[in-house]
Design a protein around this ligand. Sequence first.
Ligand SMILES: Nc1ncnc2c1ncn2[C@@H]1O[C@H](COP(=O)(O)OP(=O)(O)O)[C@@H](O)[C@H]1O
Ligand SMILES: [Mg+2]
Length: 225
Amino acid sequence: MIELENVAYSYGGAELLSDISLKLAPGSFHFLTGPSGSGKTTLMKLCYGALLPTAGYVRIFDTDVRSLSRDDVAMLRRRVGVVHQDCQFLNHLSVNENIALPLNVSGRGAEAQGEDLGDLLNWVGLNERAKALPPELSGGERQRAALARAVIMSPDIVLADEPTGNVDWEMSQRLLHLLIELNRMGKTVLIATHDLSLIRATKSQVQARVLRIANRRIQLAGADL
Ligand SMILES: Nc1ncnc2c1ncn2[C@@H]1O[C@H](COP(=O)(O)OP(=O)(O)O)[C@@H](O)[C@H]1O
Ligand SMILES: [Mg+2]
């Protein structure tokens, strides 16, 4: 679904990522780990076409990101759900409206406003907070709202960048559980995290591959976690 071939990326100075090859197969579950500043967010952005590689190839649904048409970009927005590291919301819109925003932008607002949105809010446990404004949410509530917004379009792939940052252990387990559920429903999941204990806690629940960025390259992490 997403394929990187000998990808390199540099923001202008020295190369941050070099010679990265990676395939995310349909239905797979991956963690992406590595120290802060190692390039996890950058690699995620390459995976959904927000950045173009400075060398090598990125293909998303078999389309080279360098040749994406405007229609392809619209298709990508639908099929790839992203939980951004900073979880920004429009502060003057309610939680409800923020989560439904991708639907409205794509012109599918009316058809799915009702039941689907209610189900989704229930699933992330935010039905009581539907009318709240984003600044009124706790860290964990923000993360769950960001996850709901990422999956409202029923994407095939969910990319979550540090989805458990700034929340306590119990909440991080709850968020992780939601991502595992999505994977069980057949979605391809990639989670960037520097939290190794979170990865360990997942091992018994899902077959996950752990990718680690070290020295600008990607390695498949072994059993030493
Ligand atoms: N837009 C940018 N311009 C220049 N440098 C950047 C930009 N975004 C990130 N970087 C740098 O690239 C490195 C990797 O950042 P990032 O991909 O966010 O790493 P991580 O998510 O693993 O913490 C950091 O040194 C960061 O400062
Ligand atoms: Mg990051």
